[in-house]
Ligand binder design. Structure first.
Ligand SMILES: Cc1cc2nc3c(=O)[nH]c(=O)nc-3n(C[C@H](O)[C@H](O)[C@H](O)COP(=O)(O)OP(=O)(O)OC[C@H]3O[C@@H](n4cnc5c(N)ncnc54)[C@H](O)[C@@H]3O)c2cc1C
Length: 395
């Protein structure tokens, strides 16, 4: 395991840092600040995406022929770290650049690449992910949204949920069931959906922090041309795997989720509440954070060797969710009981932390991956794997 940047990585980091020092926007509103309206955030995010495009930083891992920088996951991690250092959080273009774009590059027709890729890079089209459904989250292959072929079109009907950014998206990557007569993984087709098409209804869902960042999306006999199908009919599961692999990479970088240094500053500013138990908790968190950094170094080393760190990413995700929660809880404790009656950054972190245990694969699912791939325990029984979807009991 190597804890330092190689000379090539250090050079890339220096180049990224120099670019961000010159061009990072002086002001980027916090997406999770419920005082900022969505339009303002879209405007700032779009302007920043255009700047990235103009200077060749719009997509680190896309091949050069499609307008990317042609670099690997390791450079993506370094770029994410430098963005965090520059005070820039998740971009609204994450689904476009991180998920939809790489999937279209891997599976799209020439026409789809021509039509969709450049507007993503230029900040002209926002995308959302329409995978989860009320009955299909961890078990994504259980999705029930139907796609029925009618001539050159598909007619799509169903309900999607937890669709982040669906309210300002122009397009969505969509999974639907085109053949219920085969086992659940085999009858899924992947589509590129125009979110402004007739029959697409987006309803915001409010989270407990007060924000409305994700949505339910109802699809009522939405017509999608066959030209907007991505990959083979009934080959959607394989295409979705490309998206999910890229999602892991795009979401990587724990630094943007918490800052131990900020917690220490916060503790220093609230010394009167630093009792023995709080100091003990701070010390414990410090050791967790340092352990996480070592785990991260292991992931980075594996990526550097061209290997995919699947089990390590699951363990990291579990650890990150736990640390984010503990940091937020301690941050709130340091503010004292009156913190409950106000809003502020620590309150936002506290209310946002539970989502990290769920998004991108829940804790329990990550534990199953760790149990099977790290500990070598027997695989979970998957009794419904070979049964036709239409014969599965559904609630
Ligand atoms: C902030 C946020 C943003 C999101 N954005 C999007 C988005 O843009 N697009 C999208 O498509 N989805 C999105 N999601 C949805 C996310 O992918 C799902 O929430 C996640 O996959 C879990 O699915 P679920 O919510 O249906 O929970 P379920 O799968 O129903 O799980 C419920 C509980 O049962 C447990 N469980 C389920 N199966 C097992 C098992 N086999 N073994 C042990 N325990 C199990 C889970 O761990 C969990 O505790 C988002 C979620 C969050 C929190």
């Amino acid at each position: 395991m190597d804890l330092r940047d190689s000379p090539g990585e250090a050079a890339f980091r220096a180049e990224a840092r120099a670019f961000l020092e010159r061009h990072a926007p002086a002001e980027m509103p916090d997406y999770f600040d419920d005082q900022i309206d969505a339009e303002t955030f879209v405007r700032h995010s779009t302007a920043w995406q255009k700047t990235l495009y103009e200077h060749g930083w719009a997509a680190i891992t896309w091949p050069r022929e499609y307008g990317g920088r042609g670099l690997g996951p390791l450079e993506q991690i370094i770029w994410n770290q430098e963005l965090t250092r520059a005070g820039l959080g998740d971009s609204l273009f994450l689904v476009a650049i991180g998920l939809a774009g790489p999937t279209i590059i891997a599976h799209g027709t020439d026409e789809q690449k021509r039509r969709f890729l450049d507007p993503m890079l230029q900040g002209e089209a926002l995308w959302c992910q329409l995978f989860s459904e009320p009955g299909a989250g961890s078990d994504l292959a259980a999705l029930a949204t139907r796609a029925v072929r009618e001539g050159d079109d598909w007619v799509i009907t169903g309900q999607k949920t937890w669709c982040s950014g669906g309210h300002h998206a122009d397009f969505g990557i969509l999974l639907a069931r085109s053949d219920p007569s085969v086992p659940k993984h085999a009858g899924i087709t992947y589509f590129l959906l125009d979110m402004h098409a007739p029959g697409v209804e987006v309803r915001p869902m409010r989270d407990m922090a007060g924000g409305a960042h994700f949505n339910e999306v109802f699809l009522n006999e939405v017509r999608v041309q066959d030209a907007s199908r991505l990959g083979a009919v009934a080959g959607g599961w394989q295409v979705a795997m490309t998206t999910l692999m890229n999602e892991r990479m795009a979401m990587g970088g724990f630094e943007r989720l918490f800052s131990f240094e900020e917690l220490i500053e916060h503790a220093g500013a609230n010394r009167e509440r630093l009792d023995a138990a709080t100091r003990d908790e701070l010390a414990r968190l410090y050791t967790w954070v340092r352990t996480l950094e070592l785990l991260n170094a292991r992931v980075v080393t594996k990526l550097g060797r061209g290997e995919m760190p699947m089990a390590e990413s699951s363990v990291m995700k579990l650890a990150v969710a736990r640390i984010v929660t503990k940091v937020a809880e301690l941050g709130m404790r340091l503010l004292g009981p009156e913190a409950l009656g106000r809003r502020g950054p620590w309150q936002n972190r506290f209310l946002g932390a539970p989502a990290i245990h769920i998004a991108g694969g829940t804790d329990e699912i990550q534990k199953t991956v760790a149990a099977e791939r790290v500990l070598g325990l027997p695989r979970e029984p998957r009794a419904d794997r070979d049964l036709p979807f239409e014969q599965l009991p559904r609630s």
